[in-house]
Ligand binder design. Structure first.
Ligand code: CMX
Length: 441
């Protein structure tokens, strides 16, 4: 990893100096203003943290270091014979800030292969859980068991100089990214394939090897994994999994602890678990209507029923986006290319026509358009992975690329422990009457 580590350090030193100058000159500049409603309603729209790896635009969607998803699918190096980007390339881009060459990507792949050993106690720890345990819980437990390997924790206990934090976080992040596919595949094979595990193939790329260990050898599955691992990797810093990893890391909890915390957030149904919820919801609709190809009229009725029973339509809406998620569109293109006649995929496309006007008509939903989770499950079912409870684990393996690249930047730039101020409603009432001040006014 020497070359990439050196490149990262050079970039981080340069940006560190720029940030110091920027704060010296402009540190008192005011960014926006905070409304009372924002502190009660999930801090929506409040700019409150820095995340270098990607930036989300409400209309255009995500850009990784300035590159949109269609640009990445075109420009990032591909596996031989493949047409989807290698996620290792996106990781390099997020970490270094420049598009990688083929050679750079091969280097990252080789380093990840070399660092991928998972100690046996991790598997034993997972085995201690009942088989019925949700795959995301098994995943988090597996990551926590891996924490015994943290270089950061060991070096901190020995009395590490704070100038060296970044390097230990960098090493832990690489190790963790290298090991996650093995842990994740173990959980899949344990839960769904009678514990018949598959050894890694050291000749394959990171996502290709993950597909292999999951037990899927065909090229379409491998291509789907490469695209999936690329498009789910990062969505700027404020989403629950990225923000949690960043927050927990700011207390100098090591990358294993920080990432596991982020994954607990990803397991929430309003965030990453929405991918399983979408497929579950469609399967339930199919069962209730007794058809695997519901008509648009039937879908409309089912959506209305979902809403009147006080539930969300999974896969629709977003806290920042205000248009169809380009990650949805990328998956739609994949579906059109590889499985245009698949019934479930076609149902997802029909839902896309039916849902937005219904949500819009409610008058309260800020974004009636689909997000990434509306499409991913149908492609997975299409390539043969039907166990939808597992889908968020795939999301989690991918999300490691973004949140851990960000964590490297957090420590390299010496970001402070995160500690915003909270207030009580009693204080707010007194403040409104002019009896008290709110700190920072
Ligand atoms: N179905 C039904 N109601 C929805 C809705 C949906 N898909 N999306 C938003 N709403 C409702 C909200 O629950 C809220 O209702 P109340 O005022 O009664 O509380 C109202 O519309 C306004 O919400 P909003 O400002 O438009 O959306 P938020 O920023 O509060 O929430 C999100 C965003 C994603 C949590 C929400 O759209 C949602 O619950 N979607 C369904 C779950 C989902 O797909 N999550 C995955 C997001 C992507 C990811 O992180 O992976």
């Amino acid at each position: 990893m020497g070359v990439i580590k050196d490149r990262f350090k050079a970039k981080a030193d340069q940006l560190g100096v720029e940030i110091k100058d920027l704060l010296k000159e402009h540190g008192n500049k005011v960014i926006g203003e905070v409304q009372l409603s924002q502190i009660y309603q999930g801090m929506r729209g409040m700019t409150g943290l820095v995340s270098e790896t990607s930036l989300l635009d409400a209309q255009e969607g995500i850009r990784f270091r300035g590159y949109s998803i269609p640009e990445l699918r075109e420009k990032l190096p591909k596996a031989p014979g493949g047409s989807e980007p290698l996620p290792e390339g996106l990781f390099y881009l997020m970490l270094i800030g420049e598009l990688p060459t083929e050679e750079d990507v091969q280097h990252v792949t080789a380093v990840l292969q070399r660092r991928s050993h998972v100690p046996n106690h991790v598997f034993h720890t997972i085995e201690a859980l009942p088989l019925s345990t949700h795959p995301m819980t098994q995943f988090v437990v597996g990551v926590m068991a891996l924490q015994t390997e943290s270089q950061f924790s060991k070096k901190y206990a020995q009395g590490m100089n704070k100038k060296d934090y970044w390097e230990a976080v960098f090493d832990d992040s690489m190790d963790l990214i290298a090991r996650l596919p093995r842990v994740a595949a173990y959980i899949y094979r344990r839960k769904y394939k009678f514990g018949e595990h598959i050894q890694p193939n050291g000749l394959l790329d990171w996502a290709g090897n993950f597909a292999h260990m999951l037990g899927f050898e065909d090229d379409t599955f491998k291509e789907l994994m490469r695209m999936y691992m690329t498009i789910h990797a990062d969505h700027e810093g404020g989403n629950v999994s990225a923000h949690t990893t960043h927050l927990v890391g700011s207390a100098l909890a090591d990358p294993y602890l920080s990432f596991a915390a982020g994954m607990n957030g990803l397991a929430g149904p309003l965030h990453g678990l929405a991918n399983q919820e979408v497929v579950k919801w469609i399967f339930e609709m199919q069962a209730e209507l007794n058809t695997d190809s519901p008509s648009k009229e039937q879908i409309e009725e089912y959506v209305k029923k979902t809403l009147t029973s006080g539930k969300v339509v999974p896969g629709y809406g977003h806290a920042v986006l205000r248009k169809t998620d380009p990650r949805f569109t990328a998956q739609m293109e994949f579906g059109k290319k590889h499985m245009p006649d698949d019934k479930l995929v076609n149902t997802v496309w029909n839902i896309y026509e039916v849902v937005p006007p219904i949500l819009q008509s409610l008058g309260k939903i800020k974004n009636p358009w689909p997000n990434v989770d509306a499409h991913s499950g149908s492609l997975l079912v299409g390539v043969g992975m039907k166990e939808y409870e597992y889908y968020t684990v795939l999301f989690g393996v991918s999300r490691a690329l973004g949140v851990l690249a960000s964590l490297c930047w957090d420590r390299a730039l010496g970001f402070a422990i995160e500690r915003p101020k909270s207030v009580t409603t009693d204080l707010v009432k007194k403040w409104l009457k002019g009896e008290e001040q709110i700190w920072g006014e």
